[in-house]
Design a protein around this ligand. Structure first.
Ligand code: FAD
Length: 107
């Protein structure tokens, strides 16, 4: 893919937006479909080295946690932080994921 940074910003926006709109009490079907989506996202994400590392991170004890919105949002935040660390970027405080992606900053 031509622009890994642009793709990344869009990719994270999509993922965090999905977690922000995830139900507080998802049905078993919704949870299953969400896990399938993440798995396919990892397969189809068009930066192949990114996708390989993302899949390896998930396999390494970080399977998506989809039991409710807070869990899923934190999982996505942790996934994003794993990439931040790899790229030498600052880690994001995952206590603030809802503020950043759902409710808006307070100030
Ligand atoms: P981004 O990292 O894109 O972040 C956008 C905004 O999200 C930030 O401004 C901040 O407000 C917020 N944010 C930051 N961290 C978090 C967090 N932990 N939780 C919630 N919100 C947060 N790039 C590579 O070069 N190599 C890779 O291997 C690679 N793997 C990737 C794997 C995936 C699954 C995705 C989606 C992207 C990957 N990227 C990779 C792209 C990379 O993560 C960045 O998106 C890209 O470098 C642009 O970075 P940025 O500094 O503009 O902000």
């Amino acid at each position: 893919y031509a622009d890994v940074e642009q793709l990344g910003r869009s990719g994270w926006t999509l993922l965090h937006a999905i977690t922000a709109n995830y139900p507080e009490r998802p049905s078993p079907t919704h949870q299953t479909e969400t896990k399938q989506f993440i798995s396919l996202f990892g397969k189809l994400y068009p930066c192949w080295v990114c996708a390989d590392d993302f899949k390896a991170w998930m396999k390494d004890g970080n399977e998506p946690r989809v039991s409710n919105r807070e869990e899923f949002g934190r999982w996505a935040c942790e996934a994003h932080n794993a990439v931040n660390v790899k790229l030498g970027k600052e880690s994001f405080d995952c206590n603030k994921w809802q503020e950043r992606w759902r409710t808006g900053w307070k100030d």
